[in-house]
Design a protein around this ligand. Structure first.
Ligand code: 5GP
Length: 194
């Protein structure tokens, strides 16, 4: 499952509220961005140098990668493959270009776009967060507008107004996806053989 959305859409907050007991496993990305205050290596990201990032990419250790507003970001392949083989719902919180790369490789991936109710609200959240300077905020808002037309490549749009409601909607998406015949071969076999 991929969750994308503009910087400030609340993806990080929503993703952290997904209950691991329901089978969610969060993928942790690698980035060359500097840690923000309070961010921890190995919990929020694997923070790395450009040199190490490119080595990972060349050795095919990244499932996807993208250069976003001045920094590289990528998804380590191994964790995703291990968790999928254990039947987990692997959650990637990544931007749209990376999301579309994953969709190419895993056509059954479920792509969810998370959006704040308005553009003004997005600006308020980014300014209030206070983790970026004005130039970076402007670049991220511009990027957000560029991402919006790509929503149509996504499976679902979730408006993130109240966090708990957004989390409930994602649980509902998982429940519905599990009922798609393409994911029900075990149930179909059981019916045919009993
Ligand atoms: P931030 O710097 O705010 O943590 O992340 C910036 C953007 O990069 C966000 O839209 C976030 O979802 C995205 N991002 C984080 N990790 C990855 C990744 O591994 N791959 C891609 N393609 N985007 C990522």
């Amino acid at each position: 499952m991929i969750i994308s959305g503009p910087s400030g859409s609340g993806k990080g907050t929503v993703v952290k509220q997904l209950n691991p007991d329901k089978g969610y496993a969060l993928s942790i990305s690698v980035t060359t961005r500097k840690p923000r205050v309070g961010e921890q290596h190995g919990r929020d990201y694997f923070f790395t140098t450009e040199e190490d990032f490119h080595t990972m990419r060349q050795e095919n250790n990244l499932l996807e990668h993208f250069f976003y507003v001045g920094n590289y970001y990528g998804t380590p392949r191994k964790y995703v493959e291990e968790q999928i083989s254990q039947g987990k719902i692997v959650v990637l919180e990544i931007e749209v270009n990376g999301a579309l790369q994953v969709k190419e490789k895993f056509p059954s991936a479920v792509l969810i776009f998370l959006m704040p109710p308005t553009h003004t609200e997005l600006e308020n959240r980014l300014t209030k967060r206070g983790t970026e300077d004005t130039g970076t905020i402007e670049a991220r808002l511009k990027q957000a507008l560029e991402e919006v037309p790509l929503i149509h490549r996504y499976s679902y749009l979730v408006i993130n107004d109240v966090v708990q409601e957004a989390v409930a909607k994602i649980d509902a998406i998982v429940a519905a996806e599990r009922m798609k015949p393409i994911r029900c071969s075990a149930e179909i076999d059981k019916f045919l053989n009993n």
